[in-house]
Ligand binder design. Structure first.
Ligand SMILES: O=P(O)(O)OC[C@@H](O)[C@H]1O[C@@H](OP(=O)(O)O)[C@@H](O)[C@@H](O)[C@@H]1O
Ligand SMILES: [Mg+2]
Ligand SMILES: [Zn+2]
Length: 176
């Protein structure tokens, strides 16, 4: 199967150092929505793995998070595409969970859901934690310059990391 896994904040929607706490603060990157629709219409399965420590920090609740993901699904569906499994880590940095990136727990969860191997699967993110999570399970680390990507690019990247301006450029490459 053609599976691609995406980080959310900074890749699909704008990110904020103040967290994305409300549906109104969830501002999609238009070209990323279009990219997801293009990929899915071309037969790709598009899954999402997102850290959401804002839940543990009490900034927002699960219902609010789910409203953002419902909006994401609506926007992609309007363009004829669909979003696959979305997994999130609701824990904080000190909770010692297995799912918070840079740990690969969410990527493993997605692989199990689709009964597929993760080797070489592109995981597209904007932070070093995303890249480290990818490497931990032999995914292909892919950095986009949106969100925190430019900050991440200012430091040495793991060898073999692919870099693109944005998710639209990732889709262009995969669909070319
Ligand atoms: O990029 P993804 O994984 O989709 O989501 C990232 C968010 O959960 C938040 O993650 C936080 O990191 P800490 O969780 O506080 O270390 C900060 O980087 C926030 O700016 C950011 O909005
Ligand atoms: Mg991110
Ligand atoms: Zn977790």
């Amino acid at each position: 199967m053609n599976l691609i896994i995406l980080d959310r904040d900074g890749v699909i929607n704008q990110d904020s150092d103040a967290y994305i706490k409300t549906l109104d603060e969830w501002i999609p990157i238009p070209s990323s929505i279009a990219a997801i629709a293009r990929l899915s219409k071309a037969g790709w399965t598009v899954a999402v793995a997102t850290n959401q420590s804002g839940i543990a920090r009490g900034y927002y609740d699960l219902a609010t998070l789910e409203s953002m993901h419902a909006r994401l699904r609506e926007l992609v569906a309007e363009q004829g595409g669909e979003v696959g499994l979305i997994v999130h880590c609701p824990h904080g940095p000190d909770d010692g969970c297995d799912c918070r990136k840079p740990k690969p727990g969410m990527l493993k969860q997605i692989a199990a859901h689709y009964a597929t191997d993760l080797t070489g699967i592109w995981f597209v993110g904007d932070t070093s934690g995303d890249l480290q999570a990818a490497l931990a399970v032999d995914c292909q680390p892919v950095l986009v310059k949106t969100g925190k990507g430019e900050r991440t690019l200012a430091k040495p990247l793991p060898p073999g990391t692919l870099v693109f301006d944005d998710l639209a450029a990732v889709a262009d490459r995969l669909l070319s």
